[in-house]
Design a protein around this ligand. Structure first.
Ligand code: GRF
Length: 212
């Protein structure tokens, strides 16, 4: 990760309310950057006007927005996103509710150092509707998965998972309540995983993520 001793540099990508970002900010503020092992150096988004960006601004962090529609093609957007992230020289990039699939250029630069959090127990229920799909399937447990990003949709090596029970009161219409319960677990897991990766380092061997 970062040169030994100094906190790792993290860029966080968001698309929404940014509660996972906030959990990281709070954990780093509470522990201190040295003890936590990382600091957030910038927050990027694929859209304007989201609470996630407000949280970053409130924390005094540089932000950037890279919108697909401002670019001639998906490839150009992907290159622009990679450049915007690279400008902050991150050791680790965290997708915390970033609702875009990155492309080849981004993965060429940050693959192996790009972490995502997904609200289901992968490999079940990948994609944008992980919570709703688990409910519709009739699963009895679901949860969240923190994983490295590869060139598939939510298919990269798994770092850690947290389990949440689905109860009878969880209806497909009430997916938001289940998602909130998942997010409570997810925030704690993300904070724990990012800290461990930054403090202890890691190796990815095939599908296995090894943290010493
Ligand atoms: C999380 O559940 C994440 O897994 C999903 O979107 C949610 C983002 O929440 N992709 P927030 O923006 O961090 O509050």
């Amino acid at each position: 990760m970062a040169p030994s001793g100094s906190p790792s540099r993290i860029v966080v990508l968001v698309s929404g309310s940014g509660t996972n970002l906030q959990a990281l900010l709070d954990a780093i503020a509470e522990a201190g950057e040295e003890a936590y092992g990382a600091r957030i150096v910038a927050v990027g988004a694929d859209r304007e006007g989201i609470v996630g960006l407000e949280r970053a601004e409130r924390a005094g962090l540089p932000t950037f927005v890279c919108r697909v529609r401002d670019h001639g093609s998906r490839e150009e957007w992907d290159r622009a996103l990679a450049e915007a992230v690279a400008a902050h020289q991150p050791d680790l990039v965290v997708s915390a509710g970033f609702m875009k699939i990155v492309g080849r250029e981004f993965l060429a630069r940050f693959g192996g150092a790009f972490v995502n959090t997904h609200p289901a127990l992968l490999p079940s229920f990948p994609g944008a509707h992980g919570v709703r799909d688990a409910l519709a399937y009739g699963a009895k447990v679901t949860g969240c998965t923190v994983h490295f990003v590869d060139d598939g949709v939510d298919t990269g090596p798994i770092i850690a998972q947290g389990v949440v029970e689905i109860v009878e009161e969880d209806t497909e219409e009430g997916a938001a309540a289940l998602h909130e319960r998942i997010k409570e677990v997810e925030r704690r897991l993300l904070v724990e995983v990012v800290g461990r990766l930054c403090r202890d380092g890691y190796r990815i061997e095939g599908r296995k993520v090894l943290v010493p």
